[in-house]
Design a protein around this ligand. Sequence first.
Ligand code: PMP
Length: 389
Amino acid sequence: RSSFFWGPVQLEDHESQSSSSSTAADNIHDGIVEGIEGCIGNTPLVKLRSLSEATGRTILAKAEFLNGAGGSPKDRVALHMIEVAEEQGLLVPGRGDTIYEGTVGSTGISLATLARARGYRAHICMPNDQAIEKSTLLHHLGATVERVTPAPITSPEHFVNLARSRAREHTASSTTEGCGFFADQFESHANYQAHVKTTGPEIFRQTNGQIDAFVAGAGTGGTISGVAKYLKESAKLTRLRVVLADPQGSGLYNKVRHGVMYAPTEREGTRRRQQVDTIVEGIGINRITENFEAGRELVDDAVRVTDEQACRMARWLVEHDGIFVGSSSAVNCVAAVATALTLPRGSVVVTMLCDSGTRHLSKFWKQIGDMGLEGGNDDEQGAQKESEA
Ligand code: PMP
């Protein structure tokens, strides 16, 4: 713990951190929130004007990139997982505990941020093929980052298995301080329950229950299961259509539509380096997680989205709406349009804008540039190309 001299004020780090947290909802009246936790949730539901006009249906998107800790819906999940662990005594502020997680990035960023705010360390294991922005950010947040070569889930080197064993090693070791806590977003029910508790009720309130379809991709499955559970079971919107947005290479589309998981052929299995062969990050998976299973019966249909469609959609949203998103949000919007077109005119479809495009400059947005989709009124790049030619 450090102290820090700032102008005329000597700041001492407090040993004991407050364990109480409040969400934006608790403090909405005066606009003052208690710490970064208070900047989580209550995100706007944005009408996507261009897509609504083009389809004749109302397409609304939850602006989850505005969650103020880690900038994605994973803020809700990370906060809830930490709160549950604190209630169970698995995490104790000030004891020197470390939170371990296997993540493609967003959950790690949310956990690393909240860990700082509540007096823990964070150790994040992630595949090394994800956009570099995410691991750089984790590094600046002070997390320990292990970037590993993608491996099958059966391998001890898979990023999730590695995080689990690192947490165990920490707790067992006599040389490390505190305990290791494995957050386990894929299998922990605290994940989907965060959406039952917050995202689902917010969508219900914001639409007054006037919603015909909810469309979302699944990384862990927490969002789609939690929102579907709240809207269909708690709010009794029994006629709501819940549609999975699935990127190319993911096995969930076949699971939802035909009841079987897509298994890569032997040739594909050896040729494909990644488990999921797509440029899209954060969604798409080839196994059934506890969090997807929790809501699987409530998912009515699936739409498969290609990388090219996702790239074109991301570009469209910038050009027509001034909205700059990452790849999973673009997949969601493609599937939202496809779903809207199966419903009568005037129907209302809700989807998620998960994170900002700034997290995806080096990969997804680079691909969009390489596809020649960029343009508009900057002409530095265009001019450079002309001079090269
Ligand atoms: N978008 C992004 C950017 C993500 O990182 C994730 C989670 N990995 C999702 C969407 C999917 O959310 P969920 O895990 O709730 O299925």
